[in-house]
Design a protein around this ligand. Structure first.
Ligand code: ZN
Length: 157
């Protein structure tokens, strides 16, 4: 890594820190030539293949904006959306692939969105899974109801 101050071709790592979410590493570097200090942030590259075939870098902001639309008027905060986007990123990175289908990102959003707000989940699912009839809504709501009926805690024996 070239020194940004004097363009010296080498630099020494003086500190490495993993970010809180474990998805990036921040390195403090020092130039042995001029002594200048700078930081680099290292993340594994993760690209999204859109339906149009266009490839673009994964963006948490895009995940958040997609989920935000579905959450309009719902009691969901920006912090909730940020946590959702982080969990989506963790899910897609866990696949171990550096190129993810936009479709798989949509799938990865559905789970955490459902935990967050069921109305937002239905909205997102209706667009994302292209619901085209009342029956589609009915079956999605039926699934949510079935989960509600399931006992959350094991009965004490
Ligand atoms: Zn330098």
């Amino acid at each position: 890594m070239h020194c940004p101050f004097c363009r010296h071709a080498d630099s020494r790592v003086i500190d490495s820190r993993t970010s809180d979410d474990g998805l990036s590493i921040r390195r403090r570097r020092q130039c042995p030539e001029c002594g200048g200090r700078f930081s680099t942030i290292e993340t594994a590259s993760l690209n999204v293949i859109k339906r149009s075939g266009v490839i673009e870098p994964f963006s948490r902001e895009k995940v958040m904006s997609g989920a935000r639309k579905a959450c309009q008027g719902r009691p969901v905060t920006e912090a909730d959306l940020a946590i959702l986007a982080q969990s989506v990123e963790e899910t897609v990175r866990q696949t171990g692939s550096s190129q993810i289908d936009a479709n798989d990102i949509g799938l990865a959003i559905l789970g955490p969105l459902r935990e967050l707000d069921e109305v937002a989940y239905l909205r997102f699912a209706s667009v994302y899974q292209a619901f085209d009839s009342l029956e589609d809504f009915e079956s999605a709501i039926g699934e949510l109801r079935a989960d509600h009926d399931r006992p959350r805690r094991r009965p004490v024996e």
